[in-house]
Design a protein around this ligand. Sequence first.
Ligand code: P6P
Length: 339
Amino acid sequence: HAAEAQRTDLMTITRHVLNEQSRYPESRGDFTILLSHIVLGCKFVASAVSKAGLAKLIGLAGETNVQGEEQKKLDVLSNEVFVKALVSSGRTCVLVSEENEEAIFVDPALRGKYCVCFDPLDGSSNIDCGVSIGTIFGIYMIKDKDNVTLDDVLQPGTNMLAAGYCMYGSSCTLVLSTGNGVNGFTLDPSLGEFILTHPNIKIPKKGKIYSVNEGNAKNWDAPTAKYVEKCKFPQDGSSPKSLRYIGSMVADVHRTLLYGGIFLYPADQKSPNGKLRVLYEVFPMSFLMEQAGGQAFTGKQRALELAPTKLHERSPVFLGSHDDVEEIKALYASESSTV
Ligand code: P6P
């Protein structure tokens, strides 16, 4: 009976967030409404991505469709869907998207109290070869609803209320934290619902995998080079770590979260601030890692304590299992103490 009860007691993402929201009696469900619009965007993208290959075959995506209209590229299409879903939720005020140079200030008539920073389709260059890609988002509360400025989104990651990603891969998985641990939900296409499949995710304290683009090794600084060398040629008699690098942040971070290990996108001589963007890649993934018991470090400080000054600012990031990140922190600390 327990199994039967389990099967019919569907813990959808909406129900899960409503349960969590009951911890805040004063809340009026605004966050739940905001989240339901983010979930709608993810469902749309999941459907579009699953057809991307087919669309290519029948000349829909990227070419002209039957009406002769120029079919939008998936990342542009995804961005439009998320922007419209977030604005129409009536719960947002400022939006920052990887696809938009400027911040989007929602019409005052439709304004709510949240700011959302998002990458609608991160890793989209991997679509054509079928590699998993994803949507990444982070949510802030606005500071003063009567005086909305860019400062409402140029906040340190420690001010984020919630963060998550949706990975479009062999299955569609949405991983979310509202500051009370991390939970994973899998889209059941037959229901069109995200069902709780990974409750209370905790990243292993130490892992056996390192994830970095070794092609940049020529340009790494000493601590990163030393750390990767230690992964490959451990001096303590332990076995070498395995290298897994997909080149799609959501996929690499999701594997790191579930299996443990460390994901690195370091600074290098070509890109002194690394490649990944603070507001909608580094902060959301760092938030999730800390909520799952891991760490996130920039080479200089705790990643969430960065104070961004530009919307599309980049930062190096080392995130994952607590003990693995601790090792690279020690290498950077010893380098800065000898400088
Ligand atoms: P590289 C994808 O383009 C992306 O923004 C992230 O998803 C990914 O982690 C990174 O860039 C990969 O960058 O330089 O290793 O190809």
